[in-house]
Design a protein around this ligand. Structure first.
Ligand code: FES
Length: 111
């Protein structure tokens, strides 16, 4: 319940994304600009790990079929195609993040 510590800001000196687990949920934690953001790690298309994707300019690209998501909001971007067929991309979920001193906290229970 409530915010839970998932990382320390110093970790993001060397990385830009981290896979964390809160209450059995896998969360992709990213640093975009000076902010930290948390979205569900599971791609809404077919469950690919977004953590294994690439993060560039605030956009995370799923490694499985190339769907793109806004790393800040988890919203799907564009219309991905597989074998020329478009598929409907659901919006992913994002979670509130706050920084307290050196700690990064995520709240997965708040809508
Ligand atoms: S599983 Fe992510 S785009 Fe298909």
């Amino acid at each position: 319940m409530g915010f839970k510590k998932v990382a320390e800001i110093q970790e993001f000196d060397k990385i830009e994304k981290k896979l964390v687990e809160v209450d059995d949920k896998k969360i992709l934690l990213t640093k975009v600009g000076e902010g930290y953001y948390a979205i569900a790690n599971k791609c809404p298309h077919m469950g690919g790990s977004l953590y294994k994707g690439t993060l560039k300019d605030g956009i995370i690209t799923c490694p499985r079929h190339g769907a793109k998501y806004d790393a800040k909001t988890g919203r799907g971007l564009g219309k991905p195609k597989i074998l020329f067929l478009e598929f409907k991309m659901q919006d992913d979920r994002s979670y509130p993040v706050k920084v307290v001193e050196n700690d990064i906290l995520v709240n997965i229970n708040e809508e």
